[in-house]
Design a protein around this ligand. Structure first.
Ligand code: ADP
Ligand code: ZN
Length: 724
């Protein structure tokens, strides 16, 4: 037999298929060790065949790795081929998306642990009273049963070995399966679907189309619909993939999945330790778990026989990968749904303009849930005009209306969420004498002051700088703090409400696997009255006692130069507002703005998605913006400015030729510096294009793949959500 093999090295020289001889133990998707230029390299079998174009005697032989099952399923192998062709990145790089790193680096052995089990109790005099550690270990085993030897040795060094020698305990080597979410527990809430939910489930099952969009207002009970679909798929012996924007933000969801599906659910999450991630992956690969839950990358879960794929909050920007290969989760999900002949279910209260258009035009089925569960009203949104607040002498971050609402909320023992999409204490630190602004040395951006650590941080690369005592340019000591961040909000809030218990949730307070979970859990258990946070708090949370949401600066995301900033603002405001009044008590939202007439805000206040969509889609059509065109950015970056510019030149020459030959397919073509000229010491340049005909896209990818050098990264981004 002959195997077509890809070696696991992401370089252009090895980026092709090599033929090898193999034996019957090798299957499609197997990991093998392949002799290659005097070395032995890890590789993967893409295909098996009987003949090769090369003479048989020239072929070398691969050795199979002794995995129980091939690392990759047949579907994954075929999918990898499609993605490689689509995004023009090295094949090895694409294959890596499908595997936990441990699988590739071969460190799986760590999974085996020694366990001690008590066989019998010692006879009188068999154990000396001085053998403290043996006695300790014995007692421990008696009380706790089978225990990890490492744990025993921590408590009673050497004790267990002594016991084994005497034949009192048996030690066995077993695979450990870690439980990364031991802390996540919840009540099993078995619910009867409402009529609306049941209708939605039925529509999904009955409709022929592969893609189903559930457009349901916040609190309409979409989660229950997903869980029902997953349960039905499980009952048929099929597996499911359930994607959420950011898994660490959804402990409630995890708790529900856990209580409902137990060990059938596996959680794939970047916050897990490498070993934990491997375990979860392994349980899916062997079929022990049939439900994969996770963020974007869980779309590559090694499941066979998929019954349904769910993309919750389908509009979320996190579904577009920002590292090579820059795949779009929907595209991958769609391929998998097609391959498995299953449904792809998208859900959102604020679908992306693109998705909604495709649903309206009949390409996707459109299922609406216009009401919250039990006809609960959507919270009332009132506008606080910050211009008039300033005129009335209020320069604080809180309007009078908001302060009054917070008072009421605290008096009634209810909870409030305050949203500000900017972390840190203040946005910039400026010298009042000369206008100097503190900037990152590695990035072309200003630094943010963090008061709790008394330092300056770069939000692009994470670098920390000691706080300035004087201006490094002019020596002036009058430093101004401009732009309020979440830290400052908490400080100011605490002054206004000295007895209120306040929690803050942003990138600075949520480090570690359980960082998000702890804050959300504390808030959910009413250990705090007010939660202040960035957009993390907007996503999907369901806190029944929250009756007030304050949006401190609704204008902030409106004025970005990106064509999607209006859409993003509408989505964000609707999502944040949707956290209020989800239980019996009616909710309220105070939205603070300097631009109260703004139409995007108007649509958000009226919960008028349809109106927003109509307005937006006609604007996009008039401007020929997506979905009526495709924006493509080619980003060239590298540490050496000269070499980066060289690569840019190659790219540009190629693209320009393409443009000149096909100018009717381009609406826009230009090269320039990227808006942020340097990030993490890398210089950045871009070629920006807008296409009215995407048939040139494969050529664009081709040109960029060829221009990539060791010193310059060349990446292609389609409709990028971030143009920095
Ligand atoms: P969405 O995801 O649409 O914003 P959720 O799925 O979070 O909404 O549901 C909103 C609330 O309604 C949750 O508290 C949930 O527990 C509750 N809920 C959902 N379905 C039902 C049902 N069939 N019966 C009673 N309560 C439900
Ligand atoms: Zn930086």
């Amino acid at each position: 037999m002959i195997a077509e093999v890809i070696v696991d090295i992401a370089s252009s020289e090895t980026d092709r298929i090599f033929d090898y001889l193999c034996d019957g133990k090798v299957a499609v998707g197997s990991r093998v060790r392949a002799p290659f230029g005097g070395k032995t390299l890890p590789g993967f079998v893409m295909r098996l065949k009987q003949t090769s174009e090369l003479p048989i005697e020239k072929l070398k032989k691969v050795t199979p790795c002794d995995d129980e099952v091939p690392a990759l399923t047949e579907e994954c192998v075929r999918l990898a081929e499609k993605l490689t062709a689509r995004y023009r990145v090295p094949k090895a790089l694409v294959l890596r998306l499908f595997l936990p790193t441990e699988m590739r680096t071969g460190k799986i052995r760590e999974l085996m642990r020694n366990y001690a089990e008590l066989l019998r109790l010692p006879t009188a005099g068999e154990l000396s009273a001085r053998a403290k550690n043996q006695l300790g270990a014995l007692e421990y085993l008696q009380k706790n049963g089978k225990t990890d030897c490492a744990e025993l040795n921590n408590l009673f060094p050497g004790g267990v070995a002594g016991l084994e020698k005497k034949g009192l305990v048996k030690i066995t080597r077993e695979q450990i399966l870690r439980d990364p979410y031991k802390c996540v527990t919840g009540e099993r809430a078995e619910r009867t679907l409402t009529a609306d939910q049941a209708r939605a489930v039925e529509r999904v099952e009955r409709d022929e189309r592969a893609v189903q969009l559930i457009h349901g207002v916040t609190g309409s009970g979409k989660t229950e619909i997903y869980l029902t679909l997953i349960a039905k798929s499980l009952a048929e012996g099929k597996s499911s993939i359930f994607l959420v924007p950011e898994i660490s933000l959804t402990p409630q969801m995890l708790a529900q999945l856990r209580s409902r599906f137990g060990k059938n659910a596996a959680i794939l999450h970047s916050g897990l330790s490498a070993g934990e991630r491997f375990d979860e992956w392994w349980r899916l690969r062997t079929g022990e778990a049939k439900i994969a839950i996770g963020a974007r990358s869980a779309i590559f879960a090694p499941l066979e026989n998929l019954g349904v794929i769910i993309l919750d909050e389908e509009h979320d920007a996190s579904y577009a990968s920002e590292t090579a290969p820059r795949y779009n989760t929907f595209d991958v999900a769609y391929l998998r749904a097609k391959y498995n002949g299953c449904k792809l279910v998208l859900g959102s209260a604020t679908p992306s303009v693109d998705t909604y258009r495709r649903a309206k035009e009949g390409e996707f089925s459109l299922i609406r849930l216009a009401k919250r569960i039990n006809q609960r009203p959507l919270p009332e949104i009132v506008i606080a005009d910050m211009r008039s607040e300033v005129r009335r002498g209020n320069n604080s971050a809180f309007s009078f209306a908001l302060k009054e609402e917070i008072n009421g909320c605290l008096e009634n023992g209810k909870q409030a969420i305050l949203f500000l999409n900017r972390r840190g204490y203040s946005q910039t630190v400026m010298c009042k004498e000369c206008g100097y602004v503190a900037k990152c040395e590695a990035c072309d951006v200003s630094l943010t002051y963090h008061r709790d650590e008394d330092c300056l941080k770069c939000h692009y690369c994470g670098a920390k700088y000691t706080m300035l005592s004087a201006c490094p340019d002019c020596g002036g000591v009058k430093l101004a703090y401009a732009g309020t961040g979440t830290q400052r909000i908490v400080t100011d809030l605490q002054k206004l409400y000295p007895t209120a218990r306040i929690l803050r949730m942003d990138n600075d307070t949520t480090s570690g696997k359980e960082g998000h979970y702890k804050i959300l859990k504390a808030f959910g258990e009413k250990q705090a009255d007010i939660l202040v946070g960035t957009q993390m708090i907007a996503k999907g949370h369901d806190f029944p006692a929250v009756t007030l949401v304050g949006i401190l600066d609704a204008d902030m995301s409106l004025h970005f130069s990106d064509y999607r900033s209006r859409e993003r603002t509408f989505q964000l405001l609707t999502q944040v507002a949707g956290r209020s009044g989800r239980a019996e008590e009616k909710g309220k939202v105070v939205l603070q703005t300097f631009d109260p007439e703004n139409e995007v805000l108007r649509y958000a206040i009226g919960y008028d998605y349809e109106g927003f969509y109509q307005n937006e889609i006609s604007l996009r059509a008039a401007m020929a913006f997506p979905p009526f065109s495709k924006i493509v950015r080619v980003l060239v970056s590298g540490e050496d400015d000269k070499k980066t510019v060289e690569a840019l030149r190659t790219v540009y020459t190629g693209l320009e030729a393409l443009y000149l030959e096909n100018s009717e397919k381009f609406l826009f073509f230009n090269k320039m510096r990227a808006p942020i000229k340097r990030i993490q010491n890398k210089y950045r340049y871009q070629v920006l294009m807008r296409l009215c005909d995407t048939t040139v896209l494969p050529q664009i990818y081709e040109i960029c793949a060829l221009a990539r050098t060791r010193d310059a990264l060349v990446s292609v981004e389609e409709n990028p959500s971030n143009l920095s």
